[in-house]
Each structure stands twice: as structure tokens, then as C-alpha cells.
Design a protein around this ligand. Structure first.
Ligand SMILES: [Zn+2]
Length: 290
């Protein structure tokens, strides 16, 4: 049994959750890990997760955002350039925060809705919706660890689809060290979540390990296939980012000179991340019954 409901009425937990999330988000803004609007988004997500998912899921979320920010600062100029290309690193904006934590927040709310409707018929512990939230966070974490640690790698980066060598930081590219980092990133958030849940939900660790690997692999697969790649008509640069500035330093205005090179126009990095966390949630939910 998860220790839910024993911590006071819902509105008190909500107030506590938003206050706690706001303090952490303010710290992240001060550390330049979040933009102001990203912090607002993180406060809403974090508040919902703490109020409805409990300390374990909230701790897993903090472990994900915290470890991602720390890893994103490692390495020198080369790693920085790779991260700039992958459009994943750096300060997180609102959409990035939503893409990475939105599914987990929705799962936490779903668990509370199910509990409120008297889910006595699901005596299985831990709650599958909370395991789904852990799976979503593990997928996001696995993918981010893989990207950030992969940016430090010196070895070759290959497309997961064609096996051809690609530039480091290219979506759909995978290095050996980045691939190994994915399950670790997942297991890390699962471990923090398990430690902060009473009684400890140790089953979350292997589930999160699997979700971390699967989330990262799915992200790479989408990155190599359906993710939009744009070509600039002015400078010829091919980029995943729609907010393009010509290499010559001349601002070309967003999107006006960009044509779709391949992929689906709406499938940007945030959509790919959101889909990968949805897969992590589905895996978490399913594995809760194993
Ligand atoms: Zn250009």
C-alpha cells in the first residue's frame, strides 16, 4: 500500500505541492536550468505530481530534472555544440517541461481519480497509475541521460535506422556510451522514487530501467524517421530547429525560409519526447501487473 490519503485533505496537499514545486522551480531559475515560463510550467506539473502522486513520484520528477540539469553542464565546448544541435540541452522552456513531465503529471492525477472512485478492487500495490508515472519519468530521464552523456562520447555515432555514421547530436543517432546511459537514467529516477515511497516500491527500479531504455530507443527511432528536418533556402543549413538563424548571422525570420527536408512538420523534438514518455507510461502501467 502506498501511503496516500494519510497526509491530509486534497486541497492541503495541493497547496503544499505547489509551494514546494515553486521553491524548487525558483532554485532552477536561479541556477539557469529553467526559463521563467518553464518554471511556471514545472510548478504546475510538480504541484500536481506531489499532490496526487505522493512523495515518491514527486521525488522521481525532481531526480529527473535535477540530474538532467547537472549532466547538461558537463563537458567542454564540443559537448555544448552537440547539445545545441540536438535542441535538448540548455535551459528548459515551458513546452520542453510539458513534453518531459506532462504525461507523468496526468498519470498522477489519474491515480487520484481512480482512488477517489473507490478502487478497492485493485489491491495490487503499487498503484499501476503511479508506476505509469514512474515509467514516463524514466523514459524522459533515459533519453536525456543518453543525449547528455552521449554528447561527451568520442566514439562513433550511428543512425539507429540505417547504421550510417551521423554527426553527434543528430536526432536518431546513437553512440555506445549514450545507449548504456539510457537504462541507468531510467533506473536512477526509479530508485529515488522507490526510496521515497513507503513501503519502498523496489519494483519501480527494474520497471524504470526498462522504460528508460525503451524511451530512449523509441526517441531515437522517431528521430531517425518521422521527426521534422528543415532546410534553409537562404544559407542551406539543415536543422531540426524551426527557430532558425542563418549561419552568416543574418536573422532570416522564423520558418519563412525553411522548407521541410523530411519527416512530419509537427513532429518536433517536444512531440518526440512526449510520445517517448507516453510509451514509458504504458510500459510502467503494464509492468505493474507483472
Ligand atoms: Zn539560413
Amino acid at each position: 500500500m502506498l501511503d496516500q490519503g494519510a497526509v491530509g485533505p486534497a486541497y492541503v496537499r495541493c497547496a503544499e505541492g505547489f509551494a514546494l514545486a515553486a521553491i524548487i522551480a525558483a532554485g532552477a531559475v536561479a541556477a539557469r536550468a529553467l526559463s521563467l515560463i518553464g518554471a511556471l510550467s514545472a510548478t504546475v506539473e510538480g504541484g500536481l505530481v506531489f499532490a496526487f502522486g505522493g512523495l515518491g513520484v514527486a521525488g522521481a520528477m525532481v531526480a529527473f530534472f535535477g540530474s538532467s540539469s547537472v549532466l547538461g553542464r558537463l563537458g567542454g565546448k564540443q559537448a555544448e555544440e552537440i547539445r545545441a544541435r540536438s535542441a535538448k540541452g540548455g535551459r528548459r522552456d515551458a513546452l520542453q517541461v510539458l513534453a518531459n513531465g506532462g504525461v507523468a503529471a496526468a498519470c498522477a492525477v489519474a491515480s487520484a481519480v481512480v482512488r477517489a472512485h473507490g478502487a478497492e478492487h485493485t489491491p495490487l500495490a503499487p498503484d499501476p497509475w503511479l508506476t505509469a508515472a514512474i515509467g514516463a519519468l524514466a523514459a524522459a530521464s533515459g533519453d536525456t541521460w543518453s543525449t547528455e552523456i552521449g554528447a561527451l562520447a568520442r566514439g562513433p555515432v550511428r543512425s539507429v535506422l540505417t547504421g550510417r555514421a551521423v554527426a553527434p547530436g543528430t536526432s536518431g543517432g546513437a553512440s555506445l556510451i549514450g545507449t548504456l546511459a539510457a537504462p541507468l537514467g531510467g533506473a536512477f529516477v526509479g530508485l529515488i522514487g522507490a526510496l521515497l515511497t513507503h513501503p519502498h516500491a523496489w519494483g519501480w527500479v527494474p520497471t524504470a530501467l526498462v522504460a528508460g531504455l525503451a524511451g530512449s530507443a523509441f526517441d531515437s527511432l522517431l528521430g531517425a524517421s518521422l521527426q521534422a528536418v528543415w532546410r534553409c533556402e537562404v544559407c542551406g543549413r539543415v536543422d531540426e530547429d524551426r527557430a532558425h538563424r542563418c549561419s552568416g548571422g543574418i536573422s532570416s525570420g522564423p520558418a519563412r525560409t525553411l522548407t521541410l527536408e523530411r519527416g512530419l512538420a509537427w513532429m518536433d523534438n517536444d512531440s518526440v519526447n512526449a510520445l517517448a514518455t507516453a510509451l514509458g507510461a504504458a510500459l510502467g502501467f503494464t509492468l505493474a501487473f507483472v
